[in-house]
Design a binder for this molecule. Structure first.
Ligand code: FES
Length: 93
């Protein structure tokens, strides 16, 4: 796990949906860390403050019939979470 020193400790990966695709990300970590885990280059070098100030990391998650905006560096991933939209600059491969 040395390659993933930027992550909070985790025991397993949880499945979330990102724009329609199932992806596995580390539990106990923020959504933004999960995206970094999936695409270290794009997210690491992206324009992110990582502390809730820039709002560049806003994503929209499915909440019942609605979408709810969350700050990806401040909200942790949850099994089954569905991200339906992401801010510009958050593209991952
Ligand atoms: S990265 Fe700046 S608010 Fe999340």
């Amino acid at each position: 796990m040395d390659d993933y020193e930027f992550l909070e400790p985790f025991d397993r990966l949880v499945t979330i949906k990102i724009c329609g695709a199932d992806r596995k990300v580390p539990e106990n970590n923020s959504i933004l860390r999960g995206l970094q885990f999936l695409d270290i280059e794009n997210i690491s070098y992206g324009d992110f403050c990582w502390n809730g100030e820039c709002l560049n990391c806003q994503v929209w998650i499915k909440s019942g019939d609605k979408e709810k905006a969350v700050i990806a560096c401040r909200a942790n991933v949850e099994e089954g979470m569905e991200i339906v939209r992401m801010s510009e600059g958050m593209e991952i491969s």
